[in-house]
Design a protein around this ligand. Structure first.
Ligand code: ATP
Ligand code: MG
Length: 282
């Protein structure tokens, strides 16, 4: 698992936007990590930019990134390596995780930390994330977390109460917590324009429809920033907005039509205030 992945500094995304607040926090995390390894927990809705934040933190700080799916772990030692067979002999094959934590300044993204398949799978992570920053395994001996390492754990806000007893009790305590949400309307619109090249009017319509669906309290539909980007891309190659929504989200045309109609009525009576002022390029 993950042993094909290499430790590389990720590409910067020139169009990644964050609130000033979060940018400040990230800069401080960078400073703290010069003193000792740091743990950061990013919580937020599906597709709101959590993985991108870990990636862009690495890119901005010129650090290698390694990502691990904690949600897929089914036993404690699985991150470290496995016994394998070669020419009829068994040997221990070391995975990327022990290498990453021993690499100075590495950014280590632990995805879906709130839902490992097996709760004990988190056990070995605890020691790495705790003050000692040290772990012993039978196969690899003592492993010490290198200087300047930053752990970014991400969890989906909606899943927060799935298998989180351990997270609450022992893990949450060890993290700086940052909450992310979908971008304000104006900023998301700008991101769609910058990343897909569609015109601003179309981008705004996509974001307005998305926000209506997100805010619909009776039947909320998850429309992630990933979705709005996919829909915008579809539009950039000639699809109508209706078509792009129905293929991107599988919502019925009836529902879409009623949202578009209500937007049309609404836009006549309301000129929105600008809410994106404190958002900047990261
Ligand atoms: N603040 C942002 N600025 C620019 N693009 C963004 C932003 N947030 C998200 N995106 C874009 O939206 C897409 C989804 O983001 P990402 O994969 O980081 O979300 P996530 O929260 O990790 O999703 P998941 O919950 O599925 O793990 C990416 O293509 C990313 O570039
Ligand atoms: Mg993610």
């Amino acid at each position: 698992m993950n042993n094909i992945q290499k430790l590389m500094v990720p590409e910067p995304d020139p169009h990644f936007f964050l609130s000033e607040d979060v940018i400040e926090s990230m800069n401080r995390i960078g400073l703290l990590s010069e003193r000792h390894p740091v743990n950061v927990l990013i919580a937020g809705k599906q597709g709101c930019g959590k993985s991108s934040l870990a990636r862009q933190f690495a890119a901005r700080n010129n650090r290698p990134l390694a990502t691990f799916q904690i949600g897929m772990l089914s036993e404690p030692g699985q991150l470290f390596g496995e016994h394998a067979l070669k020419d009829g002999e068994t040997y221990y094959r070391k995975f990327l995780f022990p290498e990453a934590i021993q690499t100075e300044g590495c950014v280590i993204h632990l995805e879906e930390i709130n839902r490992p398949e097996h709760p004990k799978a988190l056990n070995m992570l605890f020691s790495v994330l705790s003050e000692s920053r040290h772990i012993f395994t039978d196969e690899l001996g003592h492993i010490q977390v290198a200087d300047k390492v930053v752990f970014f754990a991400t969890l989906n806000e909606g899943d927060e109460f799935v298998g989180t007893e351990m997270l609450d009790a022992a893990l949450r305590d060890r993290f700086y917590v940052t909450l992310l949400d979908y971008l304000p309307r104006e900023v998301e619109t700008r991101v769609l324009v910058l990343k897909t090249g569609i015109d601003e009017k179309d981008a705004l319509t996509i974001v307005n429809v998305a926000n209506q669906l997100r805010d619909n309290t009776r039947e909320p539909i998850i429309v992630s920033t990933r979705h709005t980007l996919m829909i915008a891309e579809m539009v950039s190659v000639g699809a109508s907005i209706e078509k792009a929504f129905s293929i991107g989200l599988q919502i019925s045309l009836d529902m879409l039509e009623s949202v578009l109609l209500s937007l049309h009525v609404e836009s006549k009576k309301r000129i929105g205030a600008y809410h994106g002022r404190n958002y900047l390029r990261y």
